[in-house]
Ligand binder design. Structure first.
Ligand SMILES: Cc1cc2nc3c(=O)[nH]c(=O)nc-3n(C[C@H](O)[C@H](O)[C@H](O)COP(=O)(O)O)c2cc1C
Length: 372
C-alpha cells in the first residue's frame, strides 16, 4: 500500500480523510492516514483551537486544512462584502418563503449565534480565506486545500514559501489543468457520487482523465469511496490515493447531528441528490423536506453564495433544535451533505477502525488481483 504519495506526504497509506470534526482528523492522522480539517464556516478562533489540539495530539503526523474560496460569489470583486451589505442582497420574498416553510412544519425559532452569522456570510470570501490560511500556516500543517476554484496566487505562494503543499478539488478535466498551471501540487478529482459540492462526472470516468491530463502531478480520487474495494478501484484508475468524506460522518468522533446519523443509517444510495438547497451551489446531500421545498419550481430559487447560507442559517439552527427535541417537522426537514456511499453505512464506528478496515480490505483486494 505504500507508494510515492505516502513518502511525499509522510503517511502510511494514501488515504486522505476530509472532515469538519477535529477529532476525526486526529484519529485518522494518528492511525497513519492524512486528515484534512474543513475550516470553511469554522471561524478564526475555532480553527486556532482545533489546530492547537491537532498539533499536540498528532505531533510528527500529517494533517492539513481545507478552505472554500470559490471562483464566483457575491462580493468577489472586493474580496468579500460586509455582513450588512450581504444582508441587503437577500430578497424579502425569500425570507417570507422560509418563514412559511418553518411555520408549515411547526418549527419554533431559535436564532443562530451571532458568530454563526459571520461564519455563514463571510467564511467563503478571499478575505476570510486569507485569515484562515494565516492561522493554518502558524501550525505544522502539510497541506492547504481549496474547493470551488483556483486558490488565490498569494495563498499558493505563501504556502510554498513555507514548504507547505497546496491541493484543490476539481470536477472536470479543464479545471484540473487550470489548477496545475496555477502551481497546485495535489489534484483531488471530486466526482459525481461525492458528498458536498460536486460536478457531474462519475469517479470511474473522471479519475483516469484527470490523471492523464495533469501527469506527473499526483491525483487522488474522491467520490463514493468508503471501502477497501473502492480504494483499490481508485488506485487501478491511476489515482495515487483516495480522498474520502462521507464515510467519516458515521464515526463516533464525528460531530454529526444524532438525527442525521439515524437518517444516514436508514438511507439507501438513491436517497441523495445534487441540489443548491443548502449553499446555493450544487452539492450532494440527503434528500429531505428541505431539499424538496427548494427544488420545487413553484418556490424561490436558492440564492448565490454566500447569500443562501446567510439566509438559511437561523432556519437550519431551528430545524436542528427541533429535531433534537424529537419534533416531527425538524425530522422531516433536517438533512446534511453526504455522498451516494450513504447506502453502505449501517452503524457508527470509531474512526481508527474505519481507517483500518478500508486499508485491510484494499490490501487484500490488491493481493487477490495480483494473482489473477
Ligand atoms: C459533510 C460534508 C462536508 C463537506 N464540506 C467540504 C468543504 O467544506 N470543503 C471541501 O473541499 N470539501 C467538502 N466536502 C467534500 C469532501 O472534501 C470530499 O471531497 C467528498 O466527501 C468525497 O466524496 P465522498 O463523500 O463520497 O467520500 C464535504 C463533504 C461532506 C460529506
Amino acid at each position: 500500500m505504500r507508494n510515492a504519495l505516502c513518502d511525499m506526504y509522510e503517511i502510511d497509506t494514501p488515504l486522505f480523510a476530509f472532515s469538519h470534526s477535529p477529532e476525526v482528523i486526529a484519529a485518522v492522522s494518528k492511525a497513519g492516514g492524512f486528515g484534512v480539517l474543513g475550516a470553511a464556516g469554522m471561524g478564526a478562533e475555532r480553527l486556532d483551537r482545533a489546530l492547537q489540539m491537532l498539533s499536540r495530539e498528532c505531533a510528527g503526523k500529517s494533517f492539513g486544512v481545507d478552505l472554500i474560496i470559490p471562483e464566483e460569489y457575491v462580493g468577489r470583486e472586493t474580496g468579500g462584502l460586509s455582513l450588512e451589505e450581504l444582508q441587503r442582497h437577500i430578497p424579502q420574498g425569500h425570507r417570507d418563503f422560509l418563514d412559511k416553510l418553518l411555520d408549515d412544519n411547526h418549527i419554533s425559532r431559535v436564532p443562530a449565534p451571532a458568530t454563526m452569522a459571520s461564519r455563514a456570510g463571510l467564511s467563503i470570501s478571499e478575505k476570510q480565506g486569507t485569515v484562515l490560511v494565516d492561522i493554518a500556516l502558524s501550525y505544522p500543517v502539510k497541506l492547504i486545500v481549496n474547493a470551488l476554484g483556483v486558490p488565490p496566487a498569494h495563498i499558493i505562494e505563501r504556502a510554498h514559501q513555507q514548504g507547505v503543499r497546496v491541493g484543490a478539488l476539481v470536477g472536470a478535466v479543464k479545471h484540473a489543468i487550470k489548477q496545475k498551471e496555477a502551481g497546485v501540487d495535489l489534484i483531488i478529482a471530486q466526482c459525481f457520487e461525492a458528498g458536498g459540492h460536486t460536478g457531474e462526472i462519475a469517479t470511474m470516468v473522471l479519475t483516469p482523465q484527470v490523471v492523464d491530463a495533469v501527469a506527473p502531478t499526483p491525483v487522488v480520487a474522491a467520490g463514493g469511496i468508503a471501502s477497501g474495494r473502492q480504494m483499490a478501484a481508485a488506485l487501478a484508475l491511476g489515482a495515487q490515493g483516495v480522498w474520502t468524506g462521507s464515510v467519516w460522518l458515521m464515526t463516533e468522533e464525528a460531530e454529526t447531528h444524532p438525527v442525521v446519523k439515524e437518517k444516514f443509517a436508514q438511507a439507501s444510495s438513491s436517497d441523495t441528490l445534487r441540489s443548491c438547497a443548502s449553499t446555493g451551489k450544487p452539492a450532494r446531500q440527503l434528500r429531505s423536506a428541505w431539499t424538496d421545498a427548494w427544488e420545487d419550481p413553484a418556490n424561490p430559487r436558492p440564492l448565490p453564495m454566500p447569500l443562501h447560507s446567510l439566509l438559511t442559517m437561523d432556519a437550519q439552527q431551528s430545524i436542528q433544535q427541533d429535531a433534537l427535541r424529537g419534533g416531527e417537522g425538524g425530522r422531516r426537514l433536517i438533512n446534511y451533505f453526504v455522498g451516494q456511499s450513504v447506502g453502505m453505512f449501517d452503524k457508527v464506528r470509531p474512526a481508527a477502525e474505519v481507517y483500518q478496515a478500508i486499508n485491510d480490505e484494499c490490501d487484500a483486494v490488491l493481493k487477490r488481483l495480483s494473482q489473477l
